[in-house]
Each structure stands twice: as structure tokens, then as C-alpha cells.
Write a protein that binds this ligand. Structure first.
Ligand code: B12
Ligand code: SF4
Length: 499
């Protein structure tokens, strides 16, 4: 009789990689905000302390490929986890080839937003496993299998490149496992002082840092609304999952930074939870500065909640206005009216909470539409503004509806919600000019600028420099398109489309 042999699990070296964007618009945006690779912190926490994990944030590297290659050679990871949004999908594929060439035996796992919404893009032999949706449990199971000398397991939400890759029903969305399965992200794998966000405030003072070090915290997952362009309802099955308020408060209390950027989809959609989190923070005596996301309807329904959070340190709230007409708000099923949006802005300003207002632009806009938006912004009370082009995410019904009209062969190359994916009515050059004029005009409406709050010379220079590159990236938007589109005039396109 043979006695059962016990195989000692291996301690694995795991490298988690955040790619560097290639689009000027995203790189320019990073001059204002560069936030922690928190998704990688989650994955690192999930695999546990028994493995050696490193995070490589390529956004800081002048040559991302060289930095990755050197890390691969020096660290020789057993597993590489690569994440990314849609706008870096092509970059990710290039990095996958580099990883495979450099370390043929390393297990390469791909996850993140693009892998979730468009997994077919990663059906390539260089990749061992594609993970869709929330990845902590799955990544842990993959690492466990490898550490225990077992083959890669077949897990829900995963695909192995090969003949069966595309046979999986694209409509089968991986279910969110629930908040109790989520670990507290590891933040010791990066230097928190490198991550920042420009910090607007209605009550901002000279001595307040304009680019403070910032940590990201996720207090809840998902949203109950069904905006037709947004992927969040699909990711979380139309549900909002709130974490244990005590646990969130503890996580915030333990942060090395004073500034917290919530990366929830909507922080206040469950007012009982937002109140309970405020209770917990108060009980623990936590005093920090917060940036949060809210729907305008939530603000109007619960102004007292925002008053309470202002006292706790809520400095800025992100409001998705989306459009400046009720007709458009109805079309995208936003569930709010322009009057409601304006009311929310007033409520928050009345509480001295600065507001970040987000608008969308449509490819079919003419000059007068841009002018109307600029007029509207000029009449609005001071706020921080951002503008995206309405480009629904792959995986939404809106994306499927426009798919046949997408004018670039490889949409992910310009899919950062700042480049039009559908033919523009204006020439692309004029569209870019109008877009940049809108961004520049709105920058002058920032509350700190309107009230001419004096700032440190260094901060002032940094923000002006960032703004210059940001506005310029929109002005040059047309240059990011393939050569045959760059010089297209709108009229030409309309003829092409038969319009
Ligand atoms: C906070 C946030 C931001 C922040 C910062 C994000 C960051 N870390 O840099 C800011 C405001 C800067 C931002 C900017 C942008 N964002 Co954003 N953002 C979000 C938001 C609300 C939360 C993202 C987040 O941090 N989640 C927390 C982490 C823990 O979750 P996660 O990223 O999903 O990761 C989990 C899984 O995906 C998986 N996973 C991830 N990576 C990997 C890797 C492996 C190997 C495995 C196994 C698993 C795995 O496991 C992770 C742990 O649970 C999401 C909406 C959402 N609900 O996801 C939009 C979202 C991700 N953003 C989006 C977009 C489009 C952008 C912008 C392009 C918008 C713009 N034009 O300005 C920019 C691009 C910025 C950039 N540098 O790339 C889209 C992405 C769509 C897509 N298909 O790519 C989303 C989904 C919004 C939406 N409704 O469409 N964003
Ligand atoms: S856009 Fe905002 S409110 Fe609408 S579904 Fe997405 S996360 Fe929810």
C-alpha cells in the first residue's frame, strides 16, 4: 500500500500590471487626476500573503514596454495579471505578446473592463485565461491551482483562448459575487504619494493643496438605475450592493491620505447606508476630505444627507447632467429633468459643496449645438465641468444599436468616451475645434477661478499647464483617427451615409 503524498504548495511570484494609455486625451486627463490601481490592490489582497505580489503601474513609465520587459526579466513572475479599460485594449494585446515572448512559461491572465465587455478581443494564443467581471475569487482560484501544481480550473466567467473560446453565450454575464466576498484592497504595493486628483472646493483656501495625494475607496458596488448607455446595470444586475459601514469606515480611517476619492457608481443611492457610513465615521472620529458621485435626483430627495456629509468633509460631488435639454435626458432614460439637475446644483452649492458637472456631446452636433451648450454653461453657477462624447460601452443595448454605423475599423483604439465612434456632422477637424472651445470655456467657470482664490504659484502653474495640454488634446482629436478619416469633411460623410 502506498501512503498519500502531500504536495507542498508553491509560493508564487505574481506581477499585476496596469497599462499606459496611448490616447492624448486620457494622458492629458491624467495631469488632473491619476488614481490608484485599486483593482490590482483587490486582486493582490484576494491571493493572500502566502505569495509575493508586485504591482507595476506603467502609467508612470516613459517607455512602458521597456519597463515591463525589465520587470519580467528581473522578477520572473509565475503569474502575470493584466487589467485595462477599452481604450487600452490594443495596448494590452501588445503587452500580452511581449510577456509571452519574454517568459513563455508564465501564466498570463487578462481581466478588467474590456475583458468583461468584449472578451472576444482577447482570443489569442499568448493569453492563458480571460476573466470577466469581478475577479477576486476567480484570480484566487487560478493562483491556488497553480500553486498546488493543478491545471487551470474551468471557472464561471472565464474563457481559455482556443477553439471553444467564442462558443460561450455572449449574453451570459458573470454575476457579482456579493460584497462579503470582497477583501480590503492592499495599498502597500504602491507609493500613495504618487496618486493625486485636482481638488476643487467651494471653501478652498490658499493653504489647501490643489493636487493632494488621494486614495480611492469603494463603499458600494452597482446602481439601481438603467441609463441606456451605461454598462453598470449589466455589471451588477441592476442592483446596488453596499458594504458593511463599519468596515468601510475602518478602511478610510486606516488610509495614509487625507483625501478620499470614492469610486462607487453612486454613493448616496441608498440613503440608509450613506447615513450608517456617516454614523460609523463619526463614531471613529474620522475627518477626511471626500469626492463622491451622486444622481441629481438623490441630492434633491435627501439634501439633509448631503448637509451631514459636508460636515464630515464632502468637498466635491460629481453630478451627471448629461444634456441641457429634457428631450435628450428622456432619450437616454436618465430619469431626471433639467430642472431637477439645476435644483441639485443649487442644493449642493448652498451647502458649500463644489460640483463637478458632466455633460455629453453627440457626434451629430453642429456648431449651433456646441454654442448652445457653451451658452448654457456660461449661465450656470460656477462648477467644475467635464465633457464626454456619448459613446455607449460595448455590452449595452445602445452599443449594439450603433455597432453597424461605427466608422473606425478598430473602435477600441479611440474608445475613451472622448472620441466620436459614429460619423460626425461637422468635419472631424471642426468637431475637435468646437469640443476644445467648449472645454476651454468651461474651465473658466471653475469656482476657484471665478472667485479668484489665490493659490500657491507652483499649484497655479501646474493647473494651467494641465489645462493647456487637456484643451490641446481635444483640439487635436481628429489626429487620433486613421488617416482616411482625419481629413474627412462632414459633408462628405453625410453623402456617404446617404444623408
Ligand atoms: C472610479 C472610475 C474612474 C476613475 C479612476 C479609475 C482608475 N482606477 O484610474 C476616473 C474618474 C479617473 C475614471 C476615468 C475614466 N473612466 Co472610469 N470608472 C470608474 C468607475 C466608477 C469605478 C472603477 C473602479 O475603480 N472600480 C473598482 C475596481 C476594484 O473594480 P474594477 O476596476 O471593475 O476591477 C474589478 C474587475 O474588473 C476585475 N478585474 C480588473 N482587472 C483585472 C485583472 C485581472 C487579471 C483579473 C483576473 C480581474 C480583474 O476584478 C477587479 C476587482 O474586483 C467605473 C464604473 C464601474 N462600476 O466599474 C468607471 C469606468 C471603469 N470608467 C470608464 C471610462 C470610460 C473612463 C474614462 C475613459 C472616461 C473619460 N472619458 O474620462 C476615463 C479613463 C481613465 C483612465 N486613465 O484609464 C468606463 C469603462 C468602460 C470600458 N469599457 O472601458 C466605466 C465602466 C464607466 C461606465 N459606466 O462606462 N474612471
Ligand atoms: S449612468 Fe450613473 S445613474 Fe445611470 S446607470 Fe450608470 S451609474 Fe447608474
Amino acid at each position: 500500500m502506498t501512503s498519500p503524498t502531500t504536495i507542498t504548495p508553491r509560493r508564487l511570484r505574481i506581477l499585476l500590471v496596469k497599462p499606459k494609455a496611448s490616447l492624448r486625451t486620457v494622458i492629458a486627463l491624467q495631469r488632473f487626476q491619476l488614481l490608484e490601481p485599486i483593482e490590482l490592490g483587490y486582486l493582490a489582497a484576494a491571493v493572500g500573503p502566502e505569495h509575493e505580489v508586485r504591482v507595476l503601474d506603467l502609467r508612470f513609465e516613459s517607455s512602458a514596454r521597456r519597463a515591463l520587459e525589465q520587470t519580467l526579466i528581473r522578477f520572473r513572475p509565475d503569474v502575470v495579471g493584466l487589467t485595462g479599460y477599452t481604450h487600452v485594449a490594443v495596448v494590452m494585446k501588445d503587452l500580452a505578446r511581449l510577456i509571452r515572448r519574454t517568459l513563455p512559461d508564465t501564466c498570463l491572465v487578462i481581466g478588467g473592463h474590456h475583458a468583461t465587455v468584449a472578451p472576444d478581443d482577447f482570443d489569442m494564443p499568448e493569453i492563458d485565461m480571460v476573466v470577466r467581471g469581478e475577479g477576486c475569487g476567480t484570480f484566487r482560484a487560478i493562483v491556488d491551482a497553480l500553486a498546488n501544481h493543478r491545471p487551470l480550473p474551468d471557472l464561471p466567467g472565464t474563457r481559455r483562448p482556443g477553439p471553444s473560446f467564442r462558443q460561450i453565450d455572449p449574453e451570459s454575464w458573470p454575476a457579482f459575487p456579493g460584497v462579503e466576498k470582497m477583501p480590503v484592497p492592499r495599498r502597500d504595493l504602491w507609493d500613495h504619494r504618487r496618486y493625486y486628483c485636482v481638488w476643487t472646493g467651494e471653501e478652498s483656501r490658499y493653504s489647501d493643496p490643489l493636487f493632494p495625494p488621494v486614495s480611492m475607496v469603494r463603499s458600494s458596488f452597482g446602481c439601481r438605475m438603467t441609463c441606456s448607455f451605461c454598462i453598470v446595470p449589466k455589471l451588477f444586475g441592476g442592483r446596488h450592493y453596499a458594504r458593511d459601514p463599519e468596515e468601510v469606515a475602518r478602511e478610510i480611517a486606516n488610509l495614509a491620505t487625507d483625501h478620499v476619492y470614492f469610486c462607487d457608481d453612486e454613493n448616496f443611492i441608498d440613503p440608509e447606508f450613506a447615513d450608517a457610513l456617516a454614523d460609523a465615521l463619526e463614531r471613529m472620529g474620522v475627518k477626511k476630505h471626500y469626492f463622491a458621485w451622486a444622481r441629481t435626483t438623490t441630492v434633491n430627495r435627501h439634501p439633509e444627507l448631503f448637509r451631514r456629509w459636508r460636515a464630515l468633509g464632502l468637498d466635491v460631488t460629481f453630478l451627471g447632467f448629461e444634456f441641457a435639454t429634457d428631450d435628450m435626458l428622456r432619450r437616454i432614460r436618465k430619469g431626471s429633468t433639467l430642472a431637477q439637475n439645476e435644483q441639485a446644483l443649487e442644493v449642493l452649492r448652498g451647502l458649500n459643496i463644489a460640483v463637478h458637472v458632466a455633460f455629453m456631446i453627440l457626434p451629430e452636433w453642429g456648431v449651433s449645438d456646441f454654442e448652445a451648450l457653451r451658452d448654457y454653461v456660461a449661465r450656470m453657477p460656477p462648477a467644475e465641468f467635464s465633457f464626454t462624447v456619448c459613446t455607449p460601452s460595448p455590452g449595452t443595448a445602445d452599443y449594439d444599436a450603433m455597432r453597424s454605423r461605427i466608422w473606425v475599423e478598430q473602435p477600441s483604439l479611440v474608445h475613451d468616451c472622448m472620441h466620436p465612434l459614429l460619423p460626425t456632422k461637422l468635419s472631424l477637424r471642426e468637431f475637435s475645434r468646437q469640443y476644445s472651445l467648449t472645454v476651454a470655456a468651461a474651465a473658466r467657470r471653475n469656482p476657484m477661478r471665478v472667485r479668484a482664490i489665490p493659490r500657491r504659484a507652483r499649484d497655479l502653474l501646474r493647473v494651467l499647464y494641465a489645462e493647456f495640454f487637456y484643451v490641446r488634446s481635444f483640439r487635436r482629436l481628429h489626429k487620433d483617427f486613421p488617416p482616411h478619416l482625419r481629413h474627412y469633411t462632414g459633408r462628405c460623410l453625410q453623402r456617404e451615409l446617404g444623408g
